[in-house]
Structure formats: C-alpha cells, structure tokens
Design a protein around this ligand. Sequence first.
Ligand code: NDP
Length: 260
Amino acid sequence: MPTRYIDKYDFTGRIAVITGGGRGIGLACAEALAQMGARIVILERDEAIGADGVAKLAAQGAKAEWRLVDVTDEAAVAAAAAAIERDVGPVDTLICCAGIAISGVPAEDATPEQWRKVLDINLNGVFWACQAFGRFMLQRQRGSIVNIGSMSGIIVNKPQEQASYNASKAAVHHLTKSLAAEWATRGVRVNAVAPTYIDTPLTRFGMEDDALRTTWIEMTPMARVGQPDEIASVVLFLASEAASLLTGSIVVADAGYTSW
Ligand code: NDP
C-alpha cells in the first residue's frame, strides 16, 4: 500500500487548542484545523474577541468554542487545560498564538512595565500553555505543539524599535527547541513558525503609515506582506502527521525577508 498523504492532514475527532485564536493568525489557524476536521477551543482574554472568533468559525460549520483565559496567568492556563481535558476531551494539538507588540519605543525609553508586559505574554504565556497542555500530551505520548515566533527573533526589524518584542520572539524559538529536545522521545513534537509582517490588527500601525509600510515592503524580496492564511498553512503542516519527522524546527515564512 502506498502512503496515503492526504490522511496525514486528517484531524477528524481531534481537539485543537489555540491561544489568541479569536482573530488574526490564530483565527486563520483555527479555520485551517477545523476544515481538516478538528474541534477547536480558543483561549482569549477578551470576551468580544473570543465570541466573535467562535461566531465566525460556527458560520463556516466548524465545531468551536472559546474560554476566557489570560495566558500570563499560569493558574488559569492550568485550570483551563484540566477543564478542557475533562469536558471536551484529549487535546493533541496546541497552537500558541497569543502575543502583543510594543513598537516604536527606543530601548533607552522603554519602561519596566512595557518590557515585562511583552515578555510576560509573548514568552511566559507560551511556556505556561506548553507546560499545562504538554503534561497531558506526555501522559498519552501524543501531541503536536506549534508556537508562533517571528522573523523578529532572527533579525532586528527596521525602522521601528521593539527590543522587547524581538527578544521575546528569539526566546520563543529557543524555548521551542528546548521543549522539543526534552519531549522528542515521548511522543510530543514542538515546532515554531517565524512569520514576516502579516496583515492583522497587530501590524495595523505600520500598514497605515506610508513611510513604514514602504520600508517594510522594500526590505522584502517578494515585495509584499503576508496574509494570515499563509501562516495557517504552515501551522497546519507542522501540527499534522505530515510533519512527523519535524521537532525543534523554526520554519521561516518571511517572503524572503531574512535572505537579504
Ligand atoms: P492579533 O493581535 O490579531 O492576535 C493576537 C491575539 O492574541 C489577540 O486576539 C489578542 O487579544 C490575544 N492575546 C494577547 N494577549 C493575550 C493574553 N495575555 N491572553 C490571551 N490572549 C491574548 O495579532 P496576530 O494575529 O498578528 O499575532 C498572532 C501571533 O503572531 C503573535 O504571537 C504575534 O507576535 C505573531 N506574529 C505576528 C506577525 C504579524 O506581522 N502580524 C508577524 C510575526 C509574528 P487582545 O486584544 O486581548 O490583546
């Protein structure tokens, strides 16, 4: 029997949790996984965003729900993981997408609050989710985690200053590799995607600024930004059985940005 490649993308009967899945890249990931048959649980800290994301998914025929969780609250993340395992079922797919950026702040002017906020959400939040859901996955020896890093974890963006964001994403990449190495023989794969600029609310400040947008595009070999579905396609691959040999990989989806 030849390998049936299409079956590797079948998520029927599987449960996928997506932090920050109510909009932007996270919502696109939810749509991609739902189209392949997964049942979706979104974690959001904002009620309107969570409800809106689930309404959009339901309108597409997806099985989706959301829970109010701030990923910086490790106890809330652990409680959500336990509740979802109990009420919904075994989670074998986790996408850590919740993140923020504080841009245009020179390092010498950054306040302790700004620095801590970005690291707390972008790095600590990813760790709490990986740990909470990873513990259940390790018990079953089955799971795939995809963290959303950034090309900002590889290069320094120009011209907007955002040291906290860049450092947080470099840390997400190395956290991904660290977890991947620890869990590699125990059935849990951990990978990350490093996107270029993607057209979402997070980058609106730049998309609406002619000078900033022009610089971004001029520095990108493909001369364009990306769309959320172009990142969701990579996340879907990494989450799926098609990526069974990948763990600890940081897949750069950057329209060529880091090539120059
Ligand atoms: P969005 O702002 O559209 O989506 C991020 C979502 O995460 C929002 O719904 C946000 O809600 C939620 N969120 C933020 N903080 C928390 C928290 N503490 N707990 C729970 N949910 C939270 O941004 P994107 O879709 O663009 O970004 C998704 C990920 O992709 C981020 O990690 C980002 O850094 C990364 N990325 C984005 C790129 C881009 O160009 N857009 C490029 C490279 C990486 P709220 O309004 O409450 O903050």
